[in-house]
Design a protein around this ligand. Structure first.
Ligand code: ATP
Ligand code: MG
Length: 679
């Protein structure tokens, strides 16, 4: 009875699932390293279920993966498997410690704030907030004025982030990844010092801090033992995309590796640009030797043979690779397609035509996905989908949360939680009429000096033009109302301001109402803000940020966000040089190799049908310093002529609209005809 779920696994998978489980001891460190679609995530889910079935306490299992969506999917699978095995299983919620590294870090830091020199009401900055704070520091030091070509705020943040996540000295990081900024080393050092002090003074943490602070507190052996001791089992998916800090955290939590299970695929490592290192997975057996056990899987269950063969060819040309080629038993006569098109607009039309055709033939929209290298590349497609009323959800793109009014409301909540958060403070105070940067700075300075900033707000004398709005503002910000009443109060204050600030106030009003509804689903303000900051909801075609009522929708996703997922039919936009590989990087071999793996990840998302679009006139936005430019594109270099045999190559152009056909040759004498009516 209990073994039925094991019967569905192949022998290699089963061996990994049961390895070391059920004995008196915590299992030894375990690595599953294998190619795309070989069942790594399935194996991980089964292993968690197997632990539970064998009596493990779900609260003593820590499950980490790269997105909240993936974590939710994983815990649901565990629920299904345990239910099948035991009649009544473990509800997904029983696994209370499942999430992303960053979300788990945030939770631990807040829980232990008092003991580690943090204030538990800290707020978390997303990348944009962090860049804004970096900019404030940049201005504060005068670098932006005196040094004309000083790196932009985003570049400064990227450098800082690299140094932190890769644990790399600044000079090395600059030399290897930002050579054009090397002459600014001294200034950058000063800037980063100021940035770190500003975060501390303002009681804010950025993304990187969630890992950095976690790693730092783990250097205290007692504390590390206390934290690590909370869990008997720590299981991690997509391990190839972790960075050095993450590896260090794991090591500190589980020094001998007992209870540790990591799974991944070095051929799918695509986050080196964010300082992830494939060394973590490749060195795992050695760093936990001799206890560590390694399992590999070699059968792909996802894709048809022609798709797998083409994907194997692409990755086969990689310079370095540990995982071996996969095999499959899924036969099909259909090769993956490369379609050449004149323009991106044609590409969009072609794809929407095919998507709708396949839906007619029985493939639901949600079984189809369109992938792209960069979020901005789906613009034309979104227009075409909207024009033809095809609902879609976009992963990893511009978010509902990025719109100004939503950010305003979230900033107000953050400011209410932590009045020392200056980025939030500036944003919020600017909403008041007559408050510019100087007045806002003065008000925030007054709050900084006060031991009780929330109360100090009441004592502030606002600029004359803001006087009428001020009492209502202060009341909303310091209401002390519980959750979610607080967000209603804040929205009520913000509502009349919308008409003053925005022309399309009505549409924005509807968004904010929806945000309030989303908020009501969270137990507390901190949880709401943390989750939204770390893992914002996906954008949908009606821009609401909440699941569409029409349950069937097409998925649009960056390749990075499509990691780990699969669809019956997958389209890849812009399979051209300049896009994959992107021409934005330094062009180093490592960067190019990462782009090859990215193409491999994209191709291996497809189960039955794979289509690569090659628009010859490829419009690249946000491309050069001087603005946009057109690029005449060529098929990606990762599919050279010799590989074309694995594909079906075609071209497509839209049917000519009826009005533009050449006129018929015979002439009609209109005048004579008109006259004939009266003759
Ligand atoms: P990726 O590298 O893309 O993350 P993966 O190795 O994690 O892929 P899974 O997503 O776990 O692979 O599995 C791929 C597909 O194969 C899923 O649809 C899964 O249900 C199916 N699958 C895995 N193992 C088996 C099996 N033993 N029998 C039948 N189907 C399987
Ligand atoms: Mg997976």
């Amino acid at each position: 009875m209990q073994a039925t779920y094991l019967d569905k696994l192949n022998p290699d998978q089963r061996a990994a699932v049961v390895h070391g489980v059920g004995g008196a001891d915590i299992p030894p460190p375990l690595l599953v390293i294998a190619g795309a679609g070989s069942g790594k995530t399935s194996t991980l889910a089964h292993r968690v279920a197997h632990l539970l079935v064998n009596g493990a306490d779900p609260r003593r299992i820590l499950l980490m993966t790269f997105s909240r969506r993936a974590a939710t999917e994983l815990t649901r699978r565990v629920e299904r498997i345990t239910t099948q095995a035991m009649g009544t299983g473990y509800a997904a919620e029983a696994l209370t410690w499942a999430g992303t590294f960053h979300a788990i870090g945030a939770r631990l830091l807040r829980e232990h704030a008092a003991g580690i020199g943090l204030s538990p009401d800290f707020t978390i900055h997303d990348r944009e907030d962090s860049a804004d704070l970096m900019n404030l520091c940049r201005h504060g030091l005068g670098f932006s004025k005196t040094e004309q070509r000083f790196p932009a705020k985003g570049t400064c943040l990227a450098i800082y982030s690299r140094v932190v996540n890769a644990e790399e000295p600044l000079a090395e990081a600059l030399k290897a990844h930002f050579p054009w900024c090397q002459s600014w080393e001294a200034e950058l050092k000063q800037l980063f010092g100021a940035y770190v002090r500003a975060k501390r003074d303002q009681n804010v943490l950025d993304y990187d801090d969630l890992l950095l602070a976690w790693a730092q507190v783990m250097s205290d052996a007692d504390f590390a033992a206390h934290i690590g001791g909370q869990w008997d089992h720590v299981l991690i998916d997509e391990y190839q995309d972790t960075n050095r800090l993450q590896a260090r955290i794991l090591r500190a939590m589980k020094p001998d590796g007992r209870g540790l299970t990591v799974v991944g695929d070095d051929a799918q490592s695509i986050y080196a640009f964010r300082a992830a290192t494939v060394r973590n997975i490749l060195d795992f057996p050695d760093s936990y030797a001799p206890a560590a056990d390694v399992f590999t899987l070699d059968r792909n269950y996802r894709s048809t043979r022609p798709i797998l063969t083409a994907a194997n060819a692409v990755i086969g040309a990689a310079r370095e690779r540990f995982t071996k080629d996969l095999w499959t038993e899924r036969e099909s006569a259909e090769k993956p397609r490369i379609v050449t098109l004149a323009t991106e607009a044609d590409q969009a039309r072609y794809i929407v035509d095919r998507v709708l055709e396949d839906r007619e033939a029985g493939t639901a929209l949600r079984d189809q996905a369109v992938l792209f290298r960069t979020a901005s590349h789906s613009g034309q497609l979104e227009v075409e989908l909207t024009r033809r009323n095809v609902p879609f959800v976009k992963f990893g793109g511009l978010k509902f949360l990025d719109s100004a009014h939503v950010k305003d409301l979230l900033a107000m909540l953050r400011f209410a939680q932590n009045p020392r958060d200056r980025v939030a403070g500036f944003r919020v105070l600017h909403l008041l009429p007559g408050v510019g940067p100087v007045a806002a700075g003065r008000i925030l300075d007054a709050l900084d000096l006060s031991p009780q900033p929330a109360l100090a707000l009441e004592a502030v004398a606002p600029p004359a033009r803001a006087a009428a709005d001020w009492p209502g503002f202060v009341a909303a910000m310091t209401s002390g109302a519980g959750w979610p009443e607080e967000i209603s109060m804040i929205r009520a204050w913000y509502d009349p301001q919308l008409d003053r600030i925005h022309e399309d106030a009505e549409a924005r009003r509807a968004d904010l109402l929806q945000l309030e509804q989303i908020a009501a689903g969270y137990p507390s303000r901190e949880k709401f803000l943390t989750e939204l900051t770390l893992d914002p909801p996906d954008a949908t075609s009606d821009r609401s940020g909440v699941p569409l009522k029409d349950e069937d929708y097409l998925i649009l996703s960056t390749i990075h966000s499509a990691k780990g997922q699969e669809w019956k039919s997958v389209y890849l936009l812009n399979a051209v040089d300049g896009c994959i590989p992107s021409d934005l990087g330094t062009g180093s071999t490592e960067e190019i190799e990462e782009e090859r793996r990215l193409l491999y990840v994209a191709m291996t998302r497809a189960k039955d049908r794979l289509t690569l679009g090659v628009p010859l006139r490829f419009y690249v936005t946000q491309q050069t310093r001087n603005g946009d430019r057109h690029v005449y594109a060529m098929r990606t270099r990762f599919i050279p002529k010799e590989m074309l045999g694995h594909f079906e190559t075609t071209s497509w152009s839209p049917p000519q609209p009826a009005g533009t056909r050449p006129a018929p040759v015979h002439r009609i004498d209109v005048g004579a005809q008109m006259l004939s009516m009266w003759d």
